[in-house]
Design a binder for this molecule. Structure first.
Ligand SMILES: Nc1nc2c(ncn2[C@@H]2O[C@H](COP(=O)(O)OP(=O)(O)O)[C@@H](O)[C@H]2O)c(=O)[nH]1
Ligand SMILES: [Mg+2]
Length: 324
């Protein structure tokens, strides 16, 4: 299939083209840069919503409920799940399909699991780029589920327009998570499993902690109680997501988020290209090999050796000498 055909089919949201484009991008296979260059002008239409939190909090269940809710409003929805441990059960989706009295596959929904290790220089980078492909394919909403609150999950979450932290009343994790300083990352908090005891109290505690942590001038994020497994609180959640979006738009924060994200992506890409240059440069690699013996023998520190190699490389480049 030609590139033009692939791009055309992708924009027409044909599933085969979508799957192919995503796997090219996810695995950094030949042509991924060309593809990303071609779709760049299409980006920015989808609303990206990240869900993160400890395992078992109900993120997948909530995600399925959100898919149903958005479908009911007529939106197309894509899901990127960066959590291989909890597959989607199809509960809410299947239920919805049966209600729609249709056994045909709903082509307004696309669900994609991602390996936890991206190859485009980290999980965050490849997840973001997979979302770009989904954005170009015209999905109205993109839901990104990540598990845990490690650095790379937070990076993924941060690349969404609205980041939701999902907690449950009974887990001590709730407070742990907040200690790790993720309050600043979350735009919205969900207290799920509120069908169990302690939900309201937990939500109140959470509100106090957030209020203490955030400055006076900062917007107080919503704390929404849900019981995803019985479909409770989902309307309030979609409403809170919408309100956060309006907040971003009225305060021109969307542009800033977008330009911050693009700046960091540009930085990363330039850094990677420079690293490639260094790795492939015969002169530098030769000097490195030479210096290694002296470094190992303790005659020169790696800091000095590195500084000398870089200085020599710069001088050679300036003088137009052979540096390759
Ligand atoms: N009681 C109760 N159980 C729930 C609720 N939401 C999800 N669960 C259950 O919690 C378990 C973990 O849910 P899952 O969505 O896979 O969590 P994830 O690991 O955060 O994606 C599953 O057995 C769900 O059925 C809820 O609101 N109340
Ligand atoms: Mg899950």
């Amino acid at each position: 299939m030609s590139w033009d055909a692939l791009l055309g089919d992708l924009r027409a949201r044909k599933m085969a083209a979508l799957a192919r484009a995503i796997s090219v991008v996810e695995n950094g296979r030949a042509g991924f840069e060309k593809l990303l260059i071609a779709i760049h002008g299409d980006l920015g239409r989808a609303r990206r919503i990240g869900l993160t939190g400890p395992p078992g909090a109900g993120k997948s269940t909530l995600t399925e409920e959100l898919v149903s809710a958005y479908r009911a409003h007529g939106f197309t929805v894509a899901v990127v799940a960066v959590d291989p441990t909890s597959p989607f059960t199809g509960g809410a989706l299947l239920g919805d399909r049966i209600r729609m009295e249709s056994v045909a596959l709903d082509d307004g929904v696309y669900i994609r699991s991602m390996a936890t290790r991206g190859s485009l220089g980290g999980l965050a980078t490849s997840t973001r780029e997979v979302c770009d492909v989904l954005d170009a394919a015209g999905f109205d909403r993109i839901l990104i589920e990540t598990v845990g609150v490690g650095q790379s999950e937070l990076d993924v979450a941060r690349s969404a327009d609205t980041t939701i932290l999902v907690l449950v009343p009974e887990s001590g994790d709730g407070i742990q998570v907040l200690k790790a300083g993720v309050i600043e990352v979350a735009d919205l908090f969900v207290v799920n499993k509120s069908d169990r005891p302690g939900g309201r109290e937990f939500a109140e505690d959470l509100r106090s902690i957030i209020a203490l942590r955030l400055g006076e001038s900062q917007r107080m994020p919503a704390v929404v109680l849900t019981a995803a497994s019985i479909g409770e609180g989902i309307d309030r959640l979609t409403q809170a997501i919408g309100e956060h979006r309006s907040h971003l738009e009225t305060n021109r924060l969307m542009e800033r988020k977008r330009s911050d994200a693009l700046r960091s992506r540009l930085d990363t890409l330039v850094e990677e290209k420079l690293k490639d240059i260094v790795r492939e440069n015969g002169y530098i690699q030769g000097r490195l090999e030479q210096a290694l013996d002296d470094v190992v023998a303790g005659r020169i520190s790696p800091y000095r050796a590195a500084a000398e190699i870089v200085r020599a490389f710069k001088i050679k480049k300036r003088e137009g000498g052979p540096t390759a």
